[in-house]
Design a protein around this ligand. Sequence first.
Ligand code: ATP
Ligand code: MG
Length: 425
Amino acid sequence: MMISRAAPDPDQPVVLPRSEHSISRKRIDENTLKVLYRLKRQGHKAYLVGGSVRDLLLNRIPKDFDVGTDATPNQVKKIFRNCFLVGRRFRLAHIRFGGNQVVEVATFRRKAVSEDLPEDSAEHHLVVENVFGTPAEDAFRRDFTINALFYDVASFSVLDFVGGLDDLENRRIRAIGDPLVRFVEDPVRMLRALEFAARLDFSLDEEVREAIYRRAPLIAEAAPARLREEVMELFRHRVGGKVLRSARNIGLIGHLLAGYEGDDETFDLLERVDARTSQGREVNESFVLAALYLSRFRRTCPCTGETSVSDAIRIAGLVISPHVSYFRISHGIRHQARELLIGFFRLSRGLGFRGEKRFLRHPLTPLSLELFTLWTEVSGEGKDLPLSWKKALEGLEDGGERPAAKRRDSRPRRRNAGRGKKSPS
Ligand code: ATP
Ligand code: MG
């Protein structure tokens, strides 16, 4: 990809013709292509927009394909029988295909600022994003230059209003406009900057880095539910460890995660969690939560024979408590995360303690063992233990002692033996 041109004119895109880029229609989802062609045949502009253009240019497989058009949602609805309009603030068209596939079509829009609203309206000072706009305006409302490229199905060319092609070539995350302003408008963009840098192995533009330093505290104002989802998204993309480490280095992490302070061992562990996801294991929130707070748990609760299981249960609950309250995490996930930490405690003590058989039969023990194994890899401690525990678990299977549903041992047990539940009195 050879690009040489003058500084971008806000209304005139740099056009990269078909002969000069690598996007082949074979790599575009079939139904999305149908939608693009149909809109074009009806006389509308029809572009592939957002992350898919970026990924195609980088020879990566896009996660999803979004369509931008100058047709209004109602016009789109008239063109496609299988079309449903969704969204309240901004109407989007969902075009449904077989196999549960949906192609999302959004009308080009611009960032409406307060001047567009009557001075006495309640929204006068709010920045809203619900006004139709031109393709150029649609590009400028986006977050980073590499996310604002368009692929025009009429000419098969790539349109660049914001200098995104340069930044793709230089592997750089650059904000559209002044990042100090853009991060005030939406502080979650700071986390997105770190996410794209990690996912694509790009570097942060100096202005973006500086702006994150300065605006970091604002991220705490974003809705906790949104932050929670964004953080889990990092782990689904297998960059949780890397992004949270850079969030720590840039001073964002405490504002992002309710006062969280990570240490290097934790970020190493989280990177192992990501590597585990890359191997095809599912990552869920309780596992991430347990990994995030494992180091703090270990510092507060020495995993030795001196500490009682009931102390471990209490401390496990305490260390995750600020996080679960802030993010309003459900009882089920909270319970599982705590069980994983208690499992970790039992596993690191080693074999031969009371309540071991019952612990081995606990449905979460295999998952605790996975977490424990990752931790031994990171810390270099207790390296032989995972294998011994694995054998003990297999021995349980060979011995035919299946998790007996209602069976209760006749021997009296220590209180709260590994389950965090009170024994029935
Ligand atoms: P992914 O591969 O994760 O889907 P993506 O770039 O498609 O990456 P999305 O979150 O799906 O990201 O958003 C689609 C597009 O919408 C982005 O490419 C960007 O242009 C725009 N966008 C998303 N979030 C924001 C935001 N917070 N501010 C401005 N523009 C945004
Ligand atoms: Mg996307």
